[in-house]
Design a protein around this ligand. Structure first.
Ligand code: APR
Length: 275
């Protein structure tokens, strides 16, 4: 069982918006979810922006993290293995402890029931995968994986020889340079994932956007494309975001409680074929 859903009272206005969202999702042809850090807040992982956000507390990270990595991969690996920044140490421990919450579980259940075709996540915390999402596109990578810069192979850390006295490690497949799978600022999104996201966004006639400020591209462009084509844009966020002005519906509440209620309402609807 994931992190408990904090008790949140769904008022009548939100409840009727959830009902309308359930109708739109149940009758859509191809629903794609786009998720961000807000979905994992109820798993104990702070967001980047907004109240309690990491960047609010510690300031924005350097926007050339990838270039710094390429300049001195050994130093970057030493920082990865033994973070010196307190916030990086804290985030590493939080990611190790975090469990999926009701929001992750609701999205996995909607995929299994055939209502959600794919999840595009900006989160690197692996919680969607742990909750059971399978058609998952991790556009910013996965903090629990390593990736080869040269052949783009992805590996579990235990399958790469990492010797603290001889960093950086090298790819078991091609001998190339290995880094964390997390996409750093200044790093191109791996082509295979970007192609998958672009294809899913192009097919979507409804996008369920959960817990993102929609300020980082290319992920933030996908919901705008769906809305521009006349598709439904349903936002789950306790606060306004850059998408609010173009959203069909904004469900103003926390992801766990709202996505769980949404899933219940969709499950309760008479069976309708998708498409
Ligand atoms: N449920 C749903 N949404 C929430 C919750 C919650 N319980 N708590 C906060 N939010 C919302 C905030 O209102 C905000 O709009 O989640 C959003 C989090 O926004 P960001 O912190 O900017 O996270 P995200 O949109 O995922 O950032 C995108 O920026 O720093 C980079 O690579 C990083 O993937 C990240 C990208």
């Amino acid at each position: 069982m994931g992190a408990a859903v904090q008790s949140f009272a769904v008022d009548a206005a939100l409840d009727s918006a959830i009902e309308e969202a359930a109708e739109r999702i149940a009758s859509a042809r191809h629903v794609v979810a786009l998720t961000g850090a807000g979905l994992s807040v109820e798993s104990g992982i702070p967001p980047f922006r907004g109240p309690g956000g990491l960047w609010e507390k510690y300031g924005e990270p350097p926007l050339d993290g990838y270039q710094r990595f390429l300049r001195d991969p050994a130093e970057a690996w030493r920082e990865r293995l033994e973070p010196t920044e307190p916030w990086a140490r804290g985030l590493k421990q939080t990611l190790e402890r975090a469990k999926p919450n009701a929001g992750h579980e609701a999205l996995a259940a909607l995929e299994q029931a055939g209502h959600v075709a794919a999840v595009i996540t900006q989160n690197i915390d692996d919680l969607h995968r742990q909750a059971g999402s399978r058609r998952l596109l991790e556009i910013h990578g996965n903090a629990k994986l390593l990736r080869c810069v040269d052949c783009t192979g992805r590996f579990a850390p235990e399958s790469v020889a990492i010797d603290p006295d001889s960093l950086p490690p090298h790819c078991p497949q091609c001998g190339g340079l290995v880094k964390g799978d997390t996409v750093q600022f200044g790093e191109p999104i791996p082509e295979d994932v970007l192609a998958g996201c672009t294809e899913q966004a192009a097919r979507a006639d409804c996008m369920l956007v959960v817990g993102t400020s929609a300020t980082v591209y290319p992920a933030a462009a996908f919901p705008l494309e769906v809305a521009a084509r006349g598709g439904d844009l349903i936002e789950v966020n306790p606060f306004e975001s850059d998408l609010t002005p173009v959203a069909t519906l904004s469900l103003r509440g926390p992801a766990g409680a709202v996505a769980s209620r949404l899933r219940e309402r969709i499950d309760a609807r008479p069976e309708r074929a998708h498409g």
